[in-house]
Design a protein around this ligand. Sequence first.
Ligand code: A3P
Length: 352
Amino acid sequence: MTEEGEGQAGRCPVRVQELPPEEEARLVTLGFKGYTGLVRTQPGGMLMKARYKEMAPRFYNFDFRPDDIVVMTYPKCGTTWMQEILWGMTHLDELDEADRLAISNRTYFIDSDALYRLEDQIKDRYVMERFRSLCPDGRPEQGIILQSCRAQPPHLTKPRIIKTHFPLSLYRPDLLDRCRVVYVCRNPKDACVSYHHHCRLINTYRFEGSFEAFTKSFMAGDVFYGRFWDHVAPAWERRRHPHVHFVFYEDLQRHGLQQLHKLGRFLGLQLSREQLEMVAKHASFPQMKARDARVPMVLSSSTNGAVGGFFRKGITGDWSNVASAELDALMEEWVQEHAEPLGIRFKYAPCE
Ligand code: A3P
């Protein structure tokens, strides 16, 4: 079925098609127990919950502001880390606030309105407090995070930090002319390991199959947000646009301060070395993990604590600890086939 969204939320050329029941059944058999009621988009080939279908025009036409900072990533590539870095850079005088509010409530993960069930969103006290205070007349079914984000008073507050895993192709083409986008990319092998953990952790996905089955689905794009390359390639191609800052997770790890300096310049912030060091410490893995234990992120209530937490290892190269030689050969061939034409050389070791 095709949807062409018109009306209040504007024109939307994204086509959203329900996944055939036999395809859903195949994915459930592979171990994706939470994969029910799914849709696929064109363009983007993105796999998403059916709620996306009615919401697509609201995302496509979202009213980005000139001072917005959008963090765009394929899942598990360092999104939360970048959110904390950006928030730190723009809130140097109030870093303590991070001990009161989780990063998910200091920024806006707009996809939540398509990804999560409304019933689960409503259960989250902080999400609802922000929604009720920013949108006293808001209607939850029209998108709690989208409306909250839209209602943040312009000019009076700091820039909005907006997180999305939706690829560029699911937004209006002038997105990059309207605001700045920080795109974080990670080598797909470690992203896959991290995504496997995430899908076991979060009940929305509830993955109970093998690592091998997960990896093959990841390569085929049969995971939420679709194929890695469909996400990375359009951003990589626009990496020289003055409003795009394309950064690799591995470089952030290896050359932290240098990368933060570049990021600060991109954002037009004049940050001293001392301030950059403060931000690096504030957004370090140990600090973020410890903070999450005290002030958990949104939807941690819907996680399977038995498999661990969100802040897993935060390292480069974990793939080599978990993948068999056969799986590595398969993945390597896939990476070369796609990365070479783009001219991307991924780093897989902590100090390569
Ligand atoms: P691992 O599962 O490999 O540990 P995202 O935020 O895009 O979902 O990415 C999550 C991944 O980033 C997880 O990877 C997580 O541990 C890692 N991560 C989060 N904060 C980090 C930090 N401050 N430094 C390094 N890695 C971090």
